[in-house]
Write a protein that binds this ligand. Sequence first.
Ligand code: ATP
Length: 302
Amino acid sequence: MGRVIVAGSINMDVVATAERHPRIGETVAGQSVMYFPGGKGANQAVSAAKLGVPTALIGRLGRDGFGAQLRAFLADQGIDLAAVKESTSASTGTAIITLAKADNTIVVIPGANAELGAEDLAQVALAAGDVAVSQFEIPQATIAAFFQRAKAVGATTILNPAPASAFDSGLFALIDVLVLNETELGFLADIELGDAPSLQQVKDAVRALKPNSDQTVCVTLGARGAVAVSDGEARLVEGRAVKAVDTTGAGDCFVGALAARLSQGAPMAEAIGYANLAASISVQRMGAGPSMPSAEEVRALL
Ligand code: ATP
């Protein structure tokens, strides 16, 4: 049994609700302000930890109130935070979200996340059987160094290239499992995929990424489920018919659950099915972190 080691972002999401969005230069009175732990790295670590798998996070916080709150929240989830350091100059990553009539605007300040460097990786010992997970909210050079360490000891690497951005040279070759949604796939393959691409379109777009025969590309398709492509073979895992109330963090739940199952030695196809079930539970609850299911909840669906 391995561990899940996530190198990624930690943010505080500050959500202000109002009747309408202010125009430029205008002030409007809001209704409420809410604070949610977020950042793809933190969310994916919470997903794996809640599923009962030993999980460590490599990240950076600011030396401020949000940093202290996030550290306490993540520790409560049982995540090993020995490799989460405080930056001396940058603030904790923050997303400022204004929400009015279901439309939102978002400003993300990476802050300390942008400072996560190769020197932060030495704090965590990787071993064969571990699963190393990262996303594009930290510098790509750090991800490459992390994956190089992982591959050197025989750990599995999972990259979730979100938000979509071009790959630095060399990084793609270090990935065992690429997990991305339709938007990210369209961007990376440079193909217009539209709203509900067919299986064939998804397969063609994956082929344009030129994965090698050992790499698995897993494309999440929202309510439709996910498609896994390995060695040119595509397999659809159908989404569970559920009543979704909030899909925020569904992708992060999927990635964390996939990593959790792979760290327990499950074959790829089984781990993807497990992630699909876990994410279908998360969409039935509000929020990202709080919506992640426990191992018992997923087991009840198997
Ligand atoms: P987000 O950015 O909202 O976190 P995403 O775009 O990265 O999500 P999606 O493809 O929307 O990721 O969803 C990830 C997974 O969550 C899907 O592959 C599926 O397993 C599950 N899922 C999402 N929406 C639904 C739904 N409405 N019903 C059932 N399962 C869902």
